[in-house]
Design a protein around this ligand. Structure first.
Ligand code: HEC
Length: 92
């Protein structure tokens, strides 16, 4: 397994644990939370490199429905690598 695959695998585990309650993961069609965008569509509205900096900063979103995450304990690089790997409609 390449280093990149390992990074993506770690990110997927984080997303499953921390995001899947509200956001659709991977190819799933509908997010459990009606206002939460599917993670594969994030790059249409957010710059994932900027998001990585926000993760590192522990400020993912100002939206009240989104819990504040302790991203110092979370592998922001892995999470972003996973998010990039699942984007559709983007050449990133
Ligand atoms: C408790 C529900 C919930 C969880 C858990 C959650 N989100 Fe969200 N998230 C939302 C909602 C609702 C929105 C839509 C906010 C809006 O429209 O302003 C959102 C929006 C976002 C956005 C878009 C923010 C923007 O500035 O446009 C990103 C990126 C995001 N979430 C990433 C994540 C990631 C990554 C995780 C896991 C680490 C996660 N979310 C976990 C509910 C959640």
């Amino acid at each position: 397994m390449s280093e990149q695959d390992e990074l993506v695998g770690r990110g997927e585990a984080i997303a499953q644990a921390a995001c899947a309650g509200c956001h659709a993961l991977g190819g799933a069609d509908e997010s459990p939370h009606p206002d939460a965008p599917a993670l594969r569509l994030l790059s249409q509205t957010v710059n994932l490199d900027v998001l990585e900096a926000r993760f590192a900063d522990a400020s993912v979103s100002d939206h009240p429905d989104m819990p504040e995450w302790q991203f110092e304990h979370i592998d922001a690089a892995g999470l972003i690598a996973y998010l990039k790997s699942v984007q559709s409609g983007s050449e990133e």
